[in-house]
Structures are given as C-alpha cells and as structure tokens.
Design a protein around this ligand. Structure first.
Ligand code: DPP
Ligand code: ZN
Length: 873
C-alpha cells in the first residue's frame, strides 16, 4: 500500500453535477444503477481520461452518452475505473452488483441483522458504485430504493421523499431527493422493518421540521432521551452559533453493527445503537450523557461538516475538532460544566497524550497517510477540539462567534481547509496566527517546565516558562508553539492577587502568551510569596511541570478560584503519593500512604463543597493509565498495586466519612438522568467503591442490597461491578449469573456484562475472557461486542493485558489476525495497545514485538499494515 501526501493535492478533474441512483436491495445481489452528470473541471485538460473509484463492484453495464462502451474503451482494475476518451460534459451510466450480506467490513452497503444500512465515511461510497470518492466533489443526489415490501417496509435516504409506489412481486420503491449538493461520504441509505418515534421542531425562523428516530420495534421505548437531546441540540445551535436546520425532515436510525459511534449523513444520521438508545432500567447515567453528546455532535455536523465540508481527508480535524469542541460546549451547558471539562481533560491526558507519545503519533493535520480510517483518532478529534478551544480563548466569546459566522457564511456549500477556518479567526481578531498554525503541523505533547522566584525586597514574582515538544516519528525537531497559559497568583490568604505585569494592571487572572522556547514574566507589587495557579481550565493541551510542595497542592485544592485547577491540584497530590508507593513497592519496603493525601481527602469529605459532581471527581484517584503516563518506563504491576493499596488505605482511614456520604446521597424518589441526581449517584457510588476496597461484611451487604434493590442501571451496575471485581470470586458469581440471565435479550446490556467481567483485576480475568468469547451473545463480527469484551480487557485491565506470561498479548494478536479478514477498521484500532511497547520493561517489549511480528506475517489490510509498520519501525 502507498502513502498519500497532502502536498500532492489536486483539484478534481471532473465535477458531478447530479447523480441518480437506483438501488434494488437484495441480500447477495443488490443492483445499483447510477447515472452521473459529469463535467470537466479544467478545459485545458480536454482529452484526459475519466477516473472513478470503485471497490469490489461487479460491473454489469456501462454507457457513455447513451451508448454502451466497448470493453476496449474502459478498464476496471485496482479499484479504479478508467474511461479513456470522454468529452468535457456527458452522462455516464453504470450498473453494478454488490453483496451486502457478506460485507463484514461494515463499509459501504451492508446488512445489520435484518436491515440494510450504509457507512460511507471516509471511502465507503466506492463500495456502492463508481464515483469520484473524495470530499471536494459536491453533488445533488436523487436516490430510488427498491426492495421487498414485507421485509423492508421502510426505505430511507437523504433529503425529502418525493415518490413512492408498489411494484410487482411484492416489491415497492421510494425515491428521495436531497436538494443540498454533498460529498458522497455523506450519502446514506437504510432499508428495514423499522418503527419510529416522531416529533417536530420549530426552527428560529418558524419552519416546522419533522423529527424521526427509526429503530427495530423492540427498542421503541429507548428513544425518548435521544429525541429530547436532538431538540436541545437544535435549539442550542441556534442560540449559540446562530445555525438553523435546513431540511424539512431530520432522521436518526439506530443500527446494531457499526464501526464508529455515529455518522452525520445529511438529514439521515445513522447511529451505533449504543449511542442513541437509553432507558433508565437498562442504561447508565454515562450512557445517557453519551447519547446526548453524540446526538449533539452529529447534529452539529450539519453545519460544521455538511454545509461546510472538508477539501480532502487531511482536513478531517476541520470538521471533527470543531464539532467536538461544539459538542463539549453543548454538554457543558446541559450538565455540570466543570465535570465535563475534567472528564474531557482526563481522557485527553491519558489516551491522547499516550497516542502522541507512541508510534502512531501524528499532527492534528497529518501530511500523509496510507489508510485514512486510521486517522479517526483522539488527536484529530480531542486534540483538534483543544486547538479550536484555544482559538476561542484567544478571541473571546463575541469575536469567536463573529469568526464562526464568517466561516459559515464565506464557505457555505464549499469544501474548505484548516487555513480557511483559521483565516476567519485571524481576520475578525486581527491577531497573527502564523505561529499558532504549528499546533496543526507538529505532533507530540508540548511540555512546559515552570519555575517561580519570589523576591521579597523587590516585591516581585518571576515566573519562568520553558517549552519543549519531544520528537515524534518522522518529526525530529519541533519549533516553539504559541501557548496560551491562563493563570493567577494565589496569595497566602487564599485569594488571587492583583496582577501587574510590565506596568499593566491585569486583574486577578490573565492569559500569558508563551511563544518563545523560554520566557520570564515578572509580576510587581507582590507582598508575600504566592502559589502560582497555572494553566487554569487547562488552557492548552500540554504537560505542565512545576515543583509544587505537598503543602502548596493541598492549599490550591482548598483555595484555587479555578475549579479545574482545584481538581488538578488534588490529582497532582495523589500522583505524588502514588509514585511514592510505587517506589516503596519497587524497593520492597513496607507500604505507607502519604498522610497528606489522607488529610486532603478527609477535608474534602467533610468540607462545604456543594457541587457533588465535582466532589466525586476530586475523590477519584488518577487512573492507572494516567499514572503510567508519568513514567518513561512503566511498571504496570507496581502501579496497580500502589493504586489498590491507596484505595484501601483511604477507606480504612476514612471509613465513617465514606459511609456517611454514601448514606446521605441515597436518593428517594424517581430516577431521572438529570444533573443533580447524576451527581449524587456518582458521589454515592464513588464512596461505595472505596468502602468495598475493604471487602468487609458490612460493605458487602450494602453492595448486595444496592444490587438487589436498585431501580436504575447506574446503581445496579456500580454494585455489580464491585461484586464482580472483589478479591473473593464467590461474591460476583451469583449476581453475574442472575444479571446475565435477565438481560440476555438486550445486547447493549450484555455488553456491560461482558466488560465488567473482563476488567476484573484478579488473575483469572484472562480465563474469563476466553470463556466469554465462546458465549452465544458474543460475536467477532459485531464491533460493539468486540469493544465490550476484547477492547475492555486490553484497554482497561492493564495488569492482565500485560500479564508476565505474555498470554494477554497472544490473545490480542489472535483476535487481530482474525479481525484483519473480517473488519480491518476494528482490527487496526484494537491492536493499538500492542504497538506501545517502547515504555514497557524489556521482557514485555520482546513479547509484544513477537506478537506484532506474528501479525505482520499475515496478508494485511492497508489499515493494519500501516499501524504494524509504524509499530515495528
Ligand atoms: N461519524 C463520525 C463522527 O461523527 C465521523 N464523521 O465523528
Ligand atoms: Zn464527527
């Protein structure tokens, strides 16, 4: 497979002004007739051939301007259809046959249970028909779908239905017309025996839009939350970005077999059922929030992605980073804003930073790729969102809104670039973004080393910031970035000091612009030594080091005016304590948890904090993955042992406090997935988690009671997880059996049941995983099952994935080899933890590389080929 480079971009040779598709659905022999109205882009290229993409298509017929082409007039090989002699403007008709029922890659048209559905982003449309499959070719689509009426009463595509009718042999058809030109990756088609929950939304200009969520009949009761979320998204985008919906109908379809979370096809979003279905008895608070976020995300794409799309796939973060930023802001407005920020940053700092530090590191705008599917990453999405967030910070709310208005207006109906977006920011703000653009070009996580110097005589505080971005594969030398550092200086009384910098009064908080490799900022009129609070709100996606004492961290935890930094100070304190334990473990010394962490936790548990959601976050110890991020060489076992020890030590020292908070937050009244209740459940279950670290009889009884009596999945699953993860395997056995039996009919709940068993930290987890892979509800063909079982094990059960006998690695390699044949996208994603061998101990490195080598022996898909080559480079 060959790499494709951004620098080689060329405008399309032909435009497609219109496409008429005629799709006759059949399990194995779906017939697609397409009629393309083609027009040469550049007349000077007259005479050059027409080249269309097409993958796995059986070509039955091809006509140019109404005349069948002779076999010598065209060629179909290596996924390209080339027609040698074509005029500047003409109609091309092709008829192809495809086999959806055997499409296990889940790209293009495929079957999920009994329904037909599509996934065309990034390059799935070429598996449906011949087409210039690239995002800068925007086309008006008319789609006629024909199918058996009994089995597929519902036939959907983009836009508005304009005709329907019955045919012979029990077949029927529906024709859809999408008035908006769109790239083919936004094409969608669905056929099935579906039912809908329907509603309407009146837009800000008074138009009524029909809203429909289509699901298999057994899921009708799980759609209310998605519908509420959809209406909230539509209102929010009007109020926050001035964006109104533009078609008369908006549809969502839930599909069980789906590679991604969801897809923003114009007017017909297709969702992984896990991101749209939610109901209190069967889904957790986290699932409710995920549904809200993803519904918002896909809806917001209608402007940031669909009305303004991407010129090429290198620009993917143009739509994804921006849209993640938009969905994050939406969720923050709907729920607890500080908790949303904490969750997003925690994820970024573990998973995205790990990506940045590994063999697949790439910039927010990559400059080459082999397989674009490998670039739907945390870097493109989450780091891309951080980059947009920084620009929003630099502009301020009002000017950022002016800039996005300008962007949407100027590029409406176009395929744009990152430069186009940033140009709007620059134009409105009159700021210079040339250095800032490095955030798009340079991979890797910048590190800032900060140090402070207080001069009592001069009454100054000097803050020195040094930035450095480590080398990443293919990018050895990095230039300094423009990093906005929001900060304050906290005085001895706990209040922010007035900031005077270069003779200017800046209030009590400011944004420092770090542009050089090293810069010193001198604050004047500082009477007593302050504690600096840096990178407030996580104002840039960097690692910030400052040599805080434990006393300073405890002080910031209590006094920082920035909620995010109060949380972060707690995390820093916990990291110090846990690292200390890791040292003790490695030196074979008796373990003792830092009393400062116990006291800080005691203060939290007995404090005045009114925001329970934040309190729950503050009580949570940093994850093993985040702790691993702190080391050049990772001792997986010591980290796990240290964290488990700390949990138990905290529970022993603060038993009464945890129990009291657990009891105080027992809700009475009906379950609702709303912010206050979610916060209470989160706090309560965090406390129960600590208590269960002791596995004492009283807590076991409490947990069993919660499992038996819960009226919602959040509480029930929390209790079940604790029982299933207990040292004593008997505690989980019976509850797991009962739970598995009562939810056997619901695949999404079975996914939870799978995950919580294989994330059990005890040594029997791998055996359980093997047993569960043989469970009738498991299938390697379904991405949700694979993620729930294998993905959870390798991603969330670090001690067992990294077992010293290497069996965790071997199992992953076995699965990846099989998935390489079935579903290359999922295979390439799943293998990632195996590629991060560099930071493991040397025996583990060898075992991991041996498994990568074994995978390399296979005939690999481009997806896996690219990842494995990078991992072994
Ligand atoms: N459907 C995926 C998303 O919304 C890819 N566009 O992020
Ligand atoms: Zn997206």
């Amino acid at each position: 497979p060959q790499a494709i480079y951004l620098k080689d971009y060329q405008a399309p040779a032909f435009w497609v002004d219109q496409v008429k598709l005629d799709v006759a659905l059949d399990d194995h022999q779906t017939r697609v007739i397409s009629t393309l109205s083609l027009r040469r882009n550049d007349q000077r290229e007259a005479g050059l051939p027409l080249v269309l993409n097409g993958q796995g298509l059986t070509l039955k017929r091809i006509e140019l301007a109404g005349q069948p082409l002779a076999e010598t007039d065209y060629q179909y090989q290596e996924d390209l259809l080339t027609v040698a002699r074509v005029p500047d403007q003409f109609t091309l008709v092709t008829e192809v046959e495809i086999d959806p029922a055997n499409n296990t890659a889940l790209e293009g048209l495929y079957k999920s249970n009994t329904m037909f559905c599509t996934q065309c982003e990034a390059e799935g449309f070429r598996r449906i028909t011949f087409f210039p499959d690239r995002p800068d070719v925007l086309t008006r689509f008319t789609t006629r779908i024909e199918a058996d009426q009994q089995r597929f009463p519902i036939l959907l595509s983009n836009g508005n239905p304009i005709e329907r009718g019955e045919l012979d042999n029990g077949r029927h058809f529906v024709t859809w017309e999408d008035p908006f030109p769109k790239p083919c990756y936004l094409f969608a088609l669905v056929g099935g025996n579906l039912q809908a929950v329907k509603d309407t939304f009146t837009t800000m200009s008074g138009r009524e839009v029909a809203l429909e969520i289509w699901v298999e009949p057994e899921n009708l009761h799980k759609c209310d939350h998605a519908m509420r979320s959809l209406k909230a998204s539509m209102r929010w985008d009007e109020q926050t970005y001035g964006r109104e919906y533009d078609l008369d109908i908006f549809m969502i379809v839930a599909v069980n077999d789906f590679n991604m979370g969801a897809m923003e096809n114009k007017g017909l979003n297709i969702f992984n059922s896990a991101c749209v279905l939610a109901e209190p008895k069967s889904e957790t608070d986290a699932a409710f929030q995920r549904v809200e976020g993803v519904v918002g995300h896909e809806y917001f794409h209608n402007w940031s992605g669909n009305r303004v799309t991407c010129r090429d796939w290198f620009q993917l973060s143009l739509k994804e980073g921006f849209t993640v930023y938009r969905d994050q802001s939406f969720s923050a407005d709907m729920n607890s804003a500080p908790v949303k920020r904490i969750e997003d940053v925690a994820m970024l700092r573990t998973a995205q930073f790990a990506e940045d530090a590994g063999p697949t590191a790439h910039p927010v705008r990559p400059d080459h790729y082999i397989e674009i599917n490998n670039f739907y990453t945390l870097t493109i999405y989450e780091k891309g969102a951080e980059v947009v967030r920084m620009m929003a910070e630099l502009l301020g709310r009002e000017r950022f809104r002016q800039a996005t208005d300008l962007y949407f207006e100027r590029h409406d109906g176009e395929a744009a670039t990152v430069e186009d977006f940033v140009a709007c920011m620059a134009e409105v703000s009159e700021l210079d973004f040339s250095q800032f653009m490095r955030w798009y070009h340079q991979a890797g996580t910048p590190k800032i080393e900060a140090s402070g110097h207080f001069d009592a005589d001069a009454r100054t505080y000097q803050l020195t910031l040094r930035q450095h971005t480590p080398a990443t594969p293919g990018q050895a030398d990095k230039l300094p970035l423009h990093i906005p550092v929001r900060m304050g200086l906290v005085g001895p009384n706990g209040h922010d000091l007035p900031l005077e910098l270069n003779g200017e009064q800046l209030g009590t908080e400011t944004v420092l612009h770090l542009r050089e490799a090293e810069q010193t900022f001198t604050f004047h009129n500082i009477a007593a030594e302050p504690v600096p609070s840096l990178l407030r709100g996580f104002s840039a996606p960097v690692k910030l080091a400052f040599d805080y004492s434990r006393e300073q961290l405890a002080f910031l935890m209590a006094h920082d005016s920035d909620g995010f930094n109060r949380w972060d100070a707690g995390q820093r304190l916990a990291v110090l304590a846990l690292q200390h334990l890791v040292n003790q473990i490695q030196a074979n010394e008796p373990l003792q948890l830092d009393p400062a962490l116990i006291e800080a936790t005691r203060t939290l548990l007995n404090g005045e904090m009114t925001d329970k959601a934040v309190l729950a976050e503050m009580l949570r110890l940093p994850s093993e993955a985040y702790l691993a991020e702190q080391y050049e060489q990772v001792d997986v076992d010591a980290i796990h042992k240290a964290r488990s020890f700390a949990r138990k030590a905290l529970a022993d020292a603060l038993y009464d406090d945890f129990l009291r908070l657990y009891k105080v937050n027992q809700r009475v009244g009906d379950y609702a997935p709303e912010a206050n209740q979610i916060a209470e459940r989160s706090l309560k279950n965090t406390c129960l988690g600590y208590l269960m670290a002791r596995e004492d009889e009283a807590t076991i009884a409490l947990t069993q009671e919660q499992f038996n009596c819960a009226d919602n999945m959040t509480d029930q699953r929390a209790a079940l997880t604790l029982l299933a993860h207990a040292e004593d395997p008997r505690l989980g056995a019976e509850p797991l059996r009962r739970f598995g039996e009562s939810w056997a009919h619901d695949p999404l709940v079975m996914d939870q049941w799978f995950s919580l068993q294989v994330t059990r930290p005890q040594a029997d987890a791998l055996d359980r995983l093997k047993m569960l892979m043989a469970h009738p509800a498991f299938s390697l063909k379904n991405p949700n099952r694979v993620r729930a079982l294998i993905g959870a094990f390798v991603g969330q059960n670090r001690v067992n994935f990294h077992r010293q006998d290497g069996q965790g690695y071997q199992l992953l390699a076995d699965v990846v080899i099989e998935l390489n044949r079935l579903n290359p996208q999922i295979a390439a994603r799943l293998v990632i933890p195996l590629t991060r061998w560099k930071r493991m101990t040397s025996e583990r490195q060898d075992m991991m590389k041996a498994q990568l080598e074994r995978i390399r022996q296979e005939s690999l898909s481009p997806d896996l080929f690219e990842i494995i080559e990078k991992a072994l480079a």
